[in-house]
Ligand binder design. Structure first.
Ligand SMILES: [Ca+2]
Length: 319
């Protein structure tokens, strides 16, 4: 922020905020009109998709996939209403032009996902906005194939803790147990507990699984918690990279992916991407309470292995 802007905002902060809100509203309105004008379709219901590049350049033409929220008006439209996908369009906010797209419907015939090509290069650490909307008349379907989806290694490894008895299949628990208290998904999650009397911590550990060397994996974990006192970390997640002898890879014995001193009662999704060292052949996941007192709940763990690229896909979210 420049000195001039600082003085202005200090003098009348409300005014500056109002101007910004007004500008944002005008821009949004103009874009909406432009989308409708450029395509001749109703503006509603639309979904705005934000594509974030992360640390990499995402070239024009790259295919990205957006999930359409089931609760959104667009997500409630049926296959018939959308002409079996031929009456769905994606428009790039910049340049306001349609881009080729494909759609997928769920088993109930509702719009579930849209794949589309990036209209322009997306520089590292930047984002681009697109609109998904119905169109009045059926249009051409994109000529590309639906992109392969990254493989979730925990889909078959009980990442949601739904299988098994008191100890979920595929996992070891130290001072933890299964819980049916407000799971993130399905009927079960895992609960770890520590208390004042015993400061050894609590841990959830996966079985050893195969990893590829020099590949970029994305780990996602859902967690919530209740912490007592100020000490330690309530939520600590580490992925061990192991060599062919199943010993930690030299120089990078353990990669801590993320840690939180405390957590709230509502579920949050934590994610991190990291490349495996060249010697990596296997991996093992550890989630623990580290030197803290409290309760940690964990559910729906995903570890995404890239199908074709050695870098994670761009983050795509729907506003
Ligand atoms: Ca679950």
């Amino acid at each position: 922020m420049t000195k001039l802007e600082t003085r202005e905002s200090e003098g009348n902060p409300n005014f500056e905020i109002r101007i910004r809100v007004l500008c944002a509203a005008l821009i949004a309105s103009a874009i909406g009109v432009a989308v409708a004008h450029a395509t001749g379709t109703p503006r509603s219901p639309t979904v705005r998709v934000v594509v974030e590049s992360g640390f990499w350049l995402r070239p024009a033409g790259m295919i990205v996939v957006a999930e359409i929220p089931a609760h959104s008006p667009l997500g409630r439209l049926s296959k018939n209403a959308l002409g079996n996908g031929k009456r769905v369009q994606v428009v790039a906010e910049a340049g306001r032009r349609p881009v080729p797209c494909l759609v997928r419907f769920d088993t109930r015939g509702r719009l579930e996902k849209v794949a589309f090509r990036l209209a322009a290069d997306l520089a590292p650490l930047s984002e681009a906005h697109y609109w998904v909307a119905p169109r009045a008349k059926a249009g051409p379907v994109a000529d590309f194939a639906w992109p392969e989806t990254d493989v979730n290694l925990f889909r078959t490894r009980n990442g949601g803790f739904e299988q098994g008895g008191e100890t979920p299949r595929g996992w070891s628990l130290f001072r933890g147990r299964l819980s049916t208290e407000q799971p993130y998904s399905g009927n079960r999650c895992v609960q770890l507990d520590t208390n004042k009397q015993d400061r050894r911590g609590a841990m959830l550990t996966s079985e050893i699984f195969t990893l590829r060397p020099n590949a970029c994996y994305t780990l996602r974990v859902r967690a919530r918690g209740r912490k007592e006192g100020r000490d330690g970390w309530l939520f600590s997640v580490g992925l061990n990279f192991l060599d062919e002898t199943k010993k930690p890879v030299a120089g990078k014995p353990s990669r801590l992916h993320f840690a939180q001193r405390k957590l709230g009662r509502a579920w949050r999704t934590f994610a991190h991407s990291e490349s495996t060292p060249g010697q990596t052949r296997f991996g093992r996941l550890n989630i623990s309470i580290y030197k803290a007192q409290g309760t940690l709940w964990v559910d729906e763990i995903e570890l995404l292995e890239p199908v074709s690229a050695r870098r994670p896909p761009p983050a795509v979210r729907v506003d």
